[in-house]
Ligand binder design. Structure first.
Ligand SMILES: O=C(O)c1ccccc1N[C@@H]1O[C@H](COP(=O)(O)O)[C@@H](O)[C@H]1O
Length: 210
């Protein structure tokens, strides 16, 4: 099956359109003020409105209070809420109950124990996104996890691979881990927060070629 492609941290109409044209299956907007990719709820709603129905949109947040989060989801109307902080399973359950979205949880993977630790989220989410352990930011640091940890792993829930992916390494990542979905942000940028349409295209081509 073709690997899904999520291009995250988009903040301009041009790069949203470029990601869609390049064949992304998902596009993501980061609503987290400390990020160089931060967009306001209003900006995210305007960008989301450009996304055709066949492409899924994702609103990424970090440790937001539940009431503000549900309000933001109501305003932006993404298909998916991606929680990328230390949110607990109960929080994810609350989102699922109160917003008509899929709920994804990003988890930093340091070692085999990390894969055991994320089992606490099973039953509370629709997809788990494996990322590198947090760096300066909780994600979007361009850091890769050890893909060998995922090689041959029997995943109990739907999952995706994030962290440090680029047009140059995504083929190796796919061959090693066989992910249903890959997620990239800083690997398709010319500077932090500045998406590069040529890199977006190259990334999508590399995924399809893998
Ligand atoms: O992109 C950000 O600034 C960000 C901030 C806070 C949490 C997550 C963030 N990004 C997400 O992290 C993964 C991996 O990103 P990268 O490809 O290593 O740069 C991805 O889901 C980003 O959207």
């Amino acid at each position: 099956m073709q690997t899904g492609i999520k291009i995250c941290g988009l903040s301009t109409p041009e790069t949203v359109d470029a990601a869609v044209a390049a064949g992304a299956t998902h596009v993501g907007f980061v609503h987290f003020e400390k990020s160089p990719r931060h967009v306001s709820v209003e900006q995210a709603a305007a960008l989301r409105a450009r996304v055709p129905r066949e492409v899924k949109s994702v609103l990424l947040t970090v440790n937001m209070d539940a009431v503000s989060h549900i309000r933001a989801l109501d305003a932006v109307k993404p298909d998916i809420a991606q929680a990328h902080g230390n949110e607990r399973a109960e929080y994810l359950g609350l989102l699922r109950k109160n917003a008509p979205v899929e709920v994804w949880k990003a988890c930093g993977i340091k070692n085999a124990q990390s894969l055991e630790d994320v089992k606490r989220y099973h039953g509370a989410l629709d997809l788990i996104l494996y990322d590198a352990a947090p760096g300066v930011l909780p994600g979007g640091n361009g850091l890769a996890l050890d893909w060998d940890l995922l090689a041959g792993y029997q995943h109990p829930v739907p999952w995706g691979l994030a962290g440090g992916l680029t047009p140059d390494n995504v083929g190796d990542a796919i061959r090693t881990t066989r992910p249903p979905l890959v997620d990239v942000s800083s690997g398709v940028e010319s500077a932090p927060g500045v998406k590069d349409v040529d890199l977006i295209r190259a990334f999508c081509e590399a995924v399809r070629a893998a």
